[in-house]
Ligand binder design. Structure first.
Ligand code: P6P
Length: 347
């Protein structure tokens, strides 16, 4: 009987493509790449690993629930929100790659302190999107958008952030769900990486993600129907009464964390909608923030063959007028988004 050396046969040393290998390969293929973006994303990845660690032990330690604070959005700050926000700010300040940041949790621009090294990028981020889901152990995520600093502006200038979405150099999100994932684009397609916690590496799991022309899912909070105008109701009724390309009705799916709804629709095909609540004075332009939610996900959607609009124009063609500007959002498969816009524009 031949005794095989199980150790020699053990092929668990075979690891997939790590995010570092992927970034360095892309860097090699981009002649003007300075390596700064690679380093910046690597720093963000460290923040995400810290956040993932805390999210995955939530419920076992005192990290659930609210801090008792209210953020600039008027929302209760969750302890994990605050942890995620501080973790990202701490790493980004020390990266030497940024000169300023904008967080969904902070009212004003966060300048990199003078005693820290500065770089030529600025970042806008939502540290923990969907954090109201935390106590229920539902998926949540971090969304980020990266711009180059404007040459003529100082580091703390708001103008570095009040930009068109199409000027982004990169955008992405980390999803803390059944696994922890990174999905990003730097303008050359959309790529997904899954964290292998046994080695602490993000491994390439979804290369060149593309959305189907039409989806099979619609995501919206129908509890607010009474707040919508007649055109918005017509859009939702369209998806409720239509058949998808397979002749089946669209499926309703809504998690309450846009990053999770967006990710599912990105992979399976669908449309996520957060319309303007015409009767809610607090949400005349909807709830979602342009800079740290709509614009980064719109960049990803378009790079994956999808689309994103505020109901009147392409999200990426909107130039932000204020740091925490909100926009209505229809994002997902191109044919679904175009149909929504067509209905919204009907007279
Ligand atoms: P509602 C989370 O607060 C968020 O910004 C999105 O991630 C999510 O889709 C939406 O708000 C949920 O809002 O009003 O449906 O509870």
């Amino acid at each position: 009987m031949q005794i095989t050396n199980s150790f020699a046969d053990n092929q668990s040393y075979r690891l997939g493509t790590t995010i570092t290998e992927h970034l360095l390969l892309c860097q090699d293929q981009c002649p003007d790449a300075s390596g700064q973006f690679t380093r910046l994303l690597s720093e963000l990845i460290i923040s995400a690993k810290l956040i993932s660690r805390e999210v995955n032990k939530a419920g076992l330690v005192d990290i659930l629930g609210g801090t008792g604070d209210i953020n600039v959005q008027g929302e209760k700050v969750q302890k994990l929100d605050d942890f995620a926000n501080q973790a990202i700010i701490w790493r980004m300040e020390r990266s030497g790659l940024l000169c300023a940041m904008s967080s969904e949790e902070n009212a004003d621009v966060i300048e990199v302190p003078d005693n820290m090294p500065k770089g030529g990028y600025v970042i806008a981020f939502d540290p923990l999107d969907g954090s109201s889901n935390v106590d229920a152990n539902a998926s949540i995520g971090t969304i980020f958008s990266i711009h180059r600093k404007l040459d003529k502006e100082g580091c703390g200038s708001m103008d570095n952030f009040l930009r068109y979405g199409y000027e982004q150099v990169a955008a992405g999100y980390f999803l803390y769900g059944s696994s922890t994932m990174l999905v990003y684009t730097a303008g050359k397609g959309v790529h997904g990486f899954t964290l292998d916690p046994s080695v602490g590496e993000f491994l390439l799991s979804h290369q060149n993600i593309t959305m189907p022309e039409r989806g099979k899912i619609y995501s919206i909070n129908e509890g607010y129907t009474e707040y919508w105008d007649e055109r918005t109701r017509a859009v939702v009724n369209y998806f409720k009464s239509s058949k998808n390309d397979r002749g089946k009705p669209y499926t309703a799916r809504y998690i309450g964390a846009m990053v999770a709804d967006f990710h599912r629709n990105l992979l399976y095909g669908g449309i996520y909608m957060y319309p303007a609540d015409s009767q809610d004075p607090h949400k005349p332009n909807g709830k979602l923030r342009l800079l740290c939610e709509a614009a980064p996900l719109a960049f990803i959607a378009e790079q994956a063959g999808g689309a994103a609009t505020d109901g009147t124009q392409r999200i990426l063609d909107i130039k932000a007028k204020e740091l925490h500007e909100r926009v209505p959002l229809y994002i997902g498969c191109k044919a679904d988004v175009e149909k929504a816009m067509e209905i919204l524009q009907e007279k």
